[in-house]
Design a protein around this ligand. Structure first.
Ligand code: SF4
Length: 471
């Protein structure tokens, strides 16, 4: 059994979210999420379920759950985790499917998804983290906010006339016929944590035995948005919150329920391709482009409006047309406001395992925050191309090969600063050897139909190409 102060074997050894935070989570000090994560991880490990477990993460403070648990995971759009978990569970009947959701995610935008998954009795366990407030977005009123509780959007307190009553999700779900186990626990003191451990273990055992739907509501402290010290926040749960949301097991039918079988017919990808008339000729290596390595992982980053996503899209599109495996993943930065926008592009000769790029082979940083943030993640054999028109200071801990490209100035000389991303395209293509200048020009001719626009972009791509040849 893992001791309380030991890292659970179901967690990763290091958390790769930020180079400076590899041993700690992103949760605020005193937050209940961390305790809950630890209990879940310990119980998964104790029951030997780690290899079967698939997490479905929410939008909210639990969004980065995939950085912590060393299990499969999927991120769902806001409120959709229970619906996504339904697909995950049915497509992987042997999995332990865990939907991890907060009160904004599950009890507001995702209420219908949550209720219907419960009503169908899906084989999944839902952790509903109830901290009576929207955490990640800054403490707005949630469906679970207590009567008279103040929030960013209810500065004089929740009013029944205006906002209705706090939603008791566990009691609502327990009223349905299908769920097997429904409970509410807390993670604010040792007594409640001991009870939470028992209930969570039982919920996982029910999943292991395929006995249907489990809903565990967890009263969790949010010291940051409650504007309380962590100790005070923990006490407030016992003194106030649990009066509205009493602890308890509202339903436990595990002993009388049998396994819920939902056979899922597997469809082979080749059969789908045949049905669609897509005969795969991707074995033809001659059509594939040459690259520095079999797989290149790009990170393109800059301010919104610098054409970052388009740049990634152009790289992905050209690679796809040359029969490569490709992923393109935009990010607007959930935790950043006014910071960097970026996109990850992976180009490979074989199927790509993950579209996420944590340690890029090629980083393009069009502004300073991007270089500061992603530069240290590039390994020693990687390339870092930064926009020297806008960046006058380069971090001194970069390991990759660094190129200064005055992309904005070159684009301006070509006719418009908006073409800085196309300057970069020319530079990257030349440095990685992925495309020839003629390929780039043909692609731009297909993309820009207006002659004046095409002319500017042809000049820009040539400027980037020439700059690469000169360095
Ligand atoms: S905002 Fe609240 S719920 Fe979110 S991590 Fe911080 S303390 Fe936890």
């Amino acid at each position: 059994m893992t001791k309380v102060y030991q890292k659970s074997p179901a967690f990763f050894d290091t958390f790769e979210r930020k180079p400076s935070m590899q041993k700690t989570t992103h949760y605020c000090p005193g937050c209940g999420h961390g305790t809950l994560n630890k209990i879940i991880a310990d119980q998964i490990a104790e029951l030997g379920l780690q290899d079967q477990t698939i997490f479905v993460g929410p939008v909210g403070c639990g969004v980065f759950i995939y950085y912590y648990f060393e299990s499969a995971s999927v991120s769902a759009a806001h409120g959709r985790a229970s619906a996504v978990a339904t697909g995950v569970s049915r497509a992987n009947p042997d999995s332990i499917t865990i939907s991890y959701q907060g009160d904004g995610d599950l009890a507001a935008i995702g209420t219908s998804n949550a209720i219907h998954a419960a009503n169908r009795g899906e084989n999944m366990i839902v952790f509903f983290v109830n901290n009576n407030i929207y955490g990640m977005t800054g403490g707005q009123l949630a469906p679970t906010t207590l009567i008279d509780q103040t929030s960013a959007t209810s500065p004089t307190g929740r009013s029944i006339k205006n906002d209705g009553y706090p939603l008791r999700m566990a009691e609502m779900i327990a009223g349905l016929e299908a769920p097997t186990l429904v409970a509410r626990v807390g993670v604010n003191n040792p007594r409640n944590i001991r009870q939470a451990v028992k209930v969570i273990k039982r919920g996982l055992e029910i999943q292991r035995d395929k006995k249907g739907y489990v809903f565990i509501e967890v009263l969790s402290q949010c010291p940051t948005n409650w504007r309380k010290e962590p100790k005070e926040a923990c006490e407030w749960i016992d003194e106030v919150v649990c009066k509205q949301y009493p602890f308890g097991v509202f339903k436990d039918l595990a002993e009388e329920r049998g396994a819920v079988e939902r056979p899922c017919k597997r469809v082979e990808f080749d059969a789908i391709a045949d049905q669609l008339g897509l005969t795969a000729d991707d074995e033809d290596a001659s059509q594939k482009i040459e690259m520095l390595q079999d797989e290149l992982r790009f990170k393109f980053a800059g301010f919104g409006g610098q054409g970052i996503l388009s740049l990634g899209m152009m790289m992905a599109q050209m690679s796809m047309e040359r029969n490569m495996e490709v992923t393109w993943l935009p990010s607007y930065g959930t935790e950043m406001r006014g910071g960097v926008a970026n996109c990850s592009v992976v180009v490979g000769k074989k199927a790509i395992g993950s579209p996420a790029v944590d340690n890029p082979n090629v980083l393009v940083a069009l502004n300073r925050p991007s270089l500061d943030k992603f530069g240290p993640m590039v390994p020693g054999d990687g390339l870092i191309i930064y926009n020297s028109s806008l960046i006058d200071q380069v971090p001194d801990d970069l390991q990759g090969k660094v190129y200064a490209l005055p992309a904005t100035d070159l684009a301006s000389e070509a006719g418009t600063v908006k073409a800085a991303n196309v300057v970069v395209l020319g530079f990257v293509a030349q440095k990685t050897g992925m495309f020839g200048l003629a390929d780039l020009e043909a692609f731009l001719a297909d993309t820009f139909k207006k002659p004046s626009l095409l002319e500017v972009n042809l000049k820009a791509v040539k400027a980037g190409w020439d700059a690469a040849e000169e360095t």
